[in-house]
Write a protein that binds this ligand. Structure first.
Ligand SMILES: Nc1ncnc2c1ncn2[C@@H]1O[C@H](COP(=O)(O)OP(=O)(O)O)[C@@H](O)[C@H]1O
Ligand SMILES: O=C(CO)[C@@H](O)[C@H](O)COP(=O)(O)O
Length: 481
């Protein structure tokens, strides 16, 4: 037996680049074992992953956890949002999953918004104006481009549902992840049958939506996994909702997450409905809401610029008036799915370090532009921002967020907040506690607070100016030059 005080629980983060598993002592929050295994994502026009890789990576990450995983009494999966997983009658993938950062469904997104009443109607109905990240637009793309795949589909899942179903044998999802599909009505908290009929998706193909705190099932695939008989499985949720649980987030505190995606969000008790589409009106995993803005280009884009320059990611230099909009994957915030990276202000004396700093500035500018929009009007705008995700470990990311936000920044010492949030959800099944209260008891948000510095208004204004002047170029669709 491990030296843990309480029952052990497992929290999983199946994100874009890898799957991470933590075995956590439910009494203290101590991480007693961990594992991680990578996935691959296709390059080129689309962004796809084979869901079977996620299952293999989950098994690998759990096996790395060793004996501790055997002792776990409950498990929960947090996962990358929005991905379209299509399964055949045997439960096998019909084709690779279309991921959140695949922007090929931009034309379908535009069309769906127009056909069902415009942006305001969509925001009121589903909480969000669906862009190409949303599952409904991916389904519409598939129907148009691969009708055979649609005909062969017997079940539609999100990434976290796919793994939960592999664990339990039952198709379940939760309100947090369902709210990123575009076919979940935020007013009624049910699937929106009119949207589903419009895109030709039979509601019978969708998973049951488990209530917060509900048990999704017990582990049935024990032969392949180091779990014991009767291990409980929680409903799981989307990765941002899981991180909100993992931080024990309360309304009024804003989170900036720097990973494959950049996200900015807060918990709110008010149901969001932003008709501009900047803020997605997600549900959280408890019963509140999670207004959130997301960028497609964050750590990977900045790391790519560093690699092109042959520099370490920390080798930034200040100054120079150079602007780099790092939209290597197109962009979602601002809504520019066809954009590519743009550099302006290059001079003979511009250094590589200054170019790299400009990439950080461009990535952070997009996120901070949405910060005020995700916070409730009465939130304290001078409170520290919580900085999480892989990028939060980097000094250049920390300093850029401080300089462009003008706010103090708190960096939690706990590293894997999505997996910790999933673990807190699993612990809640055992103790009956609110998962966010579990995370607060574990002290997961604790970490140093970096003081505020003066906001760099000049850089913010310069980036906004380039963005606005370059709009026709950034909005131009491919093959229309
Ligand atoms: N010490 C570090 N400094 C800066 N960036 C880092 C550091 N460690 C990891 N990263 C970045 O974190 C990213 C992975 O973050 P993570 O939140 O795990 O991603 P995701 O959950 O989206 O797969 C990598 O792309 C890498 O650029
Ligand atoms: O699309 C969104 C949020 O709407 C992304 O945040 C995805 O959920 C992917 O997350 P990471 O893999 O970057 O953690």
């Amino acid at each position: 037996m491990s030296a843990a005080e309480g029952p052990l629980v497992v929290g999983v983060d199946t994100s874009t680049q890898s799957t991470k598993a933590l075995v956590v002592d439910a009494s203290t929050g101590q991480v007693v074992a961990s594992g991680q295994a990578p996935h691959t994502v296709s390059t080129g026009a689309g962004r796809e992953s084979d869901p079977r890789q996620w299952w293999d990576a989950l098994r690998e990450a759990l096996h790395q956890c060793g004996e501790a995983a055997h002792e776990a009494a409950a498990v929960s999966i947090g996962g990358q949002q929005h991905g379209l997983v299509t399964l055949d009658a045997h439960g096998d993938p019909v084709r690779p999953a279309l991921l959140w950062n695949d922007v090929r469904s931009a034309p379908q997104a535009r069309r769906l918004v127009e056909e069902l009443g415009g942006p305001k109607a969509w925001a009121e109905r589903t909480g969000s104006v669906p862009g190409p990240s949303f599952t409904v637009t991916k389904w519409a793309w598939l129907a148009e481009h691969e009708p055979d795949a649609v005909r062969a589909t017997a079940a539609v899942r999100l990434p976290h549902d796919y793994l939960t179903e592999h664990l339990t044998g039952e198709g379940t999802t939760d309100r947090g992840d369902a709210s990123g599909t575009g076919w979940w009505a935020s007013g009624t908290e049910r699937y929106d049958e009119e949207v589903l009929a419009h895109v030709g998706l039979d509601p019978a193909l969708l998973p049951r939506i488990a209530q917060p705190g509900e048990v999704a099932g017990t582990v049935h695939a024990r032969d392949e996994l180091p779990f014991s008989k009767g291990t409980l499985v929680a409903a799981g949720t989307g990765d941002n909702a899981a991180a909100a649980l993992g931080l024990g987030l309360r309304p009024g505190t804003a989170v900036l997450s720097l990973g494959t995606s950049g996200t900015v969000y807060a918990v709110s008790t008010r149901r969001p409905a932003d008709p501009t589409g900047t803020v997605a009106g997600f549900a959280d995993a408890r019963g509140d809401w999670l207004p959130l803005a997301c960028t497609l280009n964050c750590t990977l884009a900045v790391d790519r610029v560093a690699a092109l320059l042959g520099l370490d990611r920390e080798a930034v230099e200040p100054g120079a008036g150079v602007t780099l909009l790092p939209y290597l994957d197109g962009e979602r915030t601002p809504n520019l799915p066809h954009a590519s990276g743009l550099l302006h202000g290059l001079r003979h004396d511009t250094t590589g370090g200054q170019l790299l700093q400009a990439a950080y500035d461009g990535a952070v500018h997009s996120l901070l532009g949405a910060l005020d929009l995700v916070l409730d009007p009465d939130a304290d705008r001078s409170a520290p921002l919580l900085l999480i995700g892989g990028g939060a470990r980097g000094t250049a990311w920390q300093q850029t967020v401080r300089r462009l936000s003008g706010r103090p920044v708190q960096v939690p010492e706990a590293k894997e907040l999505v997996a910790l949030g999933a673990a807190a959800q699993a612990a809640g099944l055992l103790t009956g506690e609110d998962p966010a209260a579990v995370a607060r008891r574990w002290g997961t948000a604790h970490g140093p607070v970096l003081d505020a510095v003066d906001r760099d208004e000049e850089t913010l204004a310069r980036i906004a100016g380039v963005l606005s002047d370059a709009a026709p170029l950034l909005e131009r669709e491919p093959n229309k030059d």
